[in-house]
Design a protein around this ligand. Structure first.
Ligand code: NAD
Length: 343
């Protein structure tokens, strides 16, 4: 495969993981970077040896010949940057949350479709190897047809020191973290027809909600509970593990803290440690997420080469984004929300 030349826009906290992962992918290189903050540009440019540096994305698009662009800025800039990529007909990856609102997200998906450019949302949690391991058990048929799921992320980890913007937004845990956990629920149990939500703010020092509990009807007939908290102090801090319980017609699976997967199914009970690998550039406890960054970027390169639609394409991500929107609407009204009404 020919080497793909990409550019990264946004050289902040998380982009460093993306740069490490690009270095691990033989068929793609980041040939230019952009950040409106010259200091971030210098730090990332020097760390990864990228000479072509821009403080303005418009200048980057005008000057470079690119096979793709990887947007790792925060949400406010996603729509203008994705629209710029579409206007230049450059395939684009965009970090989550994809857009400030579902209406913006729909416009962005339409702009890329009209321009005929591939669009993938960097929705990486489903690419964590333990989550892929759970999906493989479901696909094997060992526990039969799922009728119940609980996808849970409860922690008291201080995410605010690395990402101070998380403390200031009116929306917090559903938009930032719940979006991943809702996507995992879709990945494992299929699309959702209705959602009921409750939220709370326990930490008085932040602006948004830090606890969210969501009950969902899946189109398959399964019911799931997605519960997220950054106000849950535990004996052993599980960050950033997603814990999973699925009950099926022929058995159950449990992904417990410490990446212990217990499956009771047609062939009895097995207990396996499905811990993610610690990549050479990764550090605990983030290694689970860092590994998934490499996996999703590899998937993008495979999709560009084969012409396949990415698993978390813009169009797919609208269905996850609708769950986020539904959770905020439903938490405010205390009423169930029909998902198809939003799409
Ligand atoms: P950050 O604030 O540390 O970095 C963002 C960078 O983008 C900053 O350096 C900023 O100067 C730059 N920037 C903003 N607007 C720009 C523009 N228009 N042009 C050029 N540069 C611009 O933020 P972060 O914590 O790295 O988060 C970035 C994104 O990654 C967020 O959307 C966040 O939700 C997401 N994120 C994803 C994961 C994941 O697992 N997928 C984890 C953490 C963060």
């Amino acid at each position: 495969m020919a080497n793909l030349n990409g550019a990264l826009i946004g050289c902040g906290f998380f982009a460093v993981n993306q740069m490490h992962a690009w270095r691990d992918i033989a068929d793609a290189s980041i040939v230019a970077i952009c950040d409106r903050d010259p200091e971030r540009l210098r730090i990332v440019g020097d760390q990864f040896g990228v000479a072509k540096r821009y403080t303005d994305a418009a200048a980057l698009f005008a000057a470079e010949t690119l096979d793709f662009v990887d947007i790792a800025t925060t949400v406010a800039s996603h729509r203008p940057l994705v629209e710029m990529a579409a206007a230049h007909r450059i395939p684009v990856i965009c970090q989550k949350p994809f857009a400030p609102t579902l209406a913006d997200a729909k416009v962005m998906v339409a702009a890329c479709a009209k321009a005929g450019v591939p669009l993938m949302v960097h929705e990486n949690f489903r690419w964590q190897s333990p989550i892929q391991g759970v999906r493989a058990v479901l696909d094997s048929g060992e526990i039969g047809t799922p009728f119940f799921g609980r996808i849970s992320f409860r922690s008291a980890y201080d995410v605010f020191s690395g990402q101070p913007y998380l403390a200031t937004g009116k929306r917090f845990i559903i938009e930032d973290l719940g979006i991943h956990i809702l996507d995992i629920a879709r990945f494992l149990l299929g699309d959702v027809s209705s959602l009921t939500a409750r939220t709370a703010r326990v930490n008085p020092a932040i602006a948004g909600e830090d606890v969210a509990t969501m009950l969902m009807d899946h189109k398959s007939g399964a019911t799931s509970v997605v519960d997220c908290s950054y106000a849950t102090r535990l004996a052993v801090e599980p960050f950033p593990e997603t814990l999973i319980e699925i009950d099926g017609s022929d058995g159950t699976l449990r992904l417990a803290q410490g990446y212990q997967l217990t499956v009771t199914g047609k062939s009895g009970t097995t207990v396996r440690d499905i811990s993610p690998p610690l990549l050479p550039w990764a550090s605990r406890p983030w290694h689970n997420i860092q590994e998934s960054v490499l996996a999703i970027q590899r998937h993008w390169v495979d999709c560009l080469a084969s012409g396949k639609e990415p698993a978390t394409s813009g169009a797919d991500n609208l269905k996850t984004f609708a769950l986020v929107e539904a959770a905020y609407i439903g938490a405010a009204s205390r009423q169930p929300v029909q998902i198809d009404d939003l799409l």
